[in-house]
Design a protein around this ligand. Sequence first.
Ligand code: ADP
Ligand code: RBF
Ligand code: MG
Length: 175
Amino acid sequence: MRPTGPRPDTVGPDSGPEPPYPAQLSGEVIAGFGRGSKELGIPTANIPTEGLPTFIESGIYYGWAGLKTKDCGSSSDKGDGIFPMVMSVGWNPFYKNEVRSVEVHIIHKFPQDFYGSHLNLLIMGYIRPEFDYVSKEALIEDINKDIDIALKSLERGPYAAIREDPYLVTFPEKS
Ligand code: ADP
Ligand code: RBF
Ligand code: MG
């Protein structure tokens, strides 16, 4: 269960990410559990757990996401770009999952789904461990706080600068 008490406004050193951050992770958006994260207002783009750096343990992280939507028509209006993100890695104790998952909530409103698209992530830091919750509402409240913490943390100069890292916009060649 989540310990009670206030949560910080930002996480990680103000001077900028320290090794092993920023950590790179990329993958294709796959179907998740279909649990209706979307209905909760917090859709999560699931990506394969392969390629997850071994030092990334279960927990909640934040960083930058570069998204390239799968081609069909003009890409610009489908939401390609660089966005802040929060990421959950683990077993989702609240849902008692049997498999580990990596789910990314991109902090942006998209006009449509983007399954099959490519995501490049720069993980900038760790926010908190995963918790079990007494209710879905309590989980959502904490996720919304994670989003606030991520946005505030990424506003700091050295973190904001990494938004320009070419890694975020380097995608595999179209096949
Ligand atoms: P699933 O169980 O298949 O992961 P979700 O309810 O978590 O389903 O919805 C995830 C899908 O919603 C993503 O794969 C993506 O196509 C879409 N989506 C729309 N907006 C967002 C967003 N802001 N962040 C992440 N995914 C989003
Ligand atoms: N699931 C949990 O069981 N415990 C958590 O502490 C938890 N934290 C999350 C934090 C973020 C930022 C995100 C995007 C997801 C988190 N989840 C957590 C996963 C959540 O259960 C999953 O996305 C559901 O599908 C939401 O309905
Ligand atoms: Mg999902």
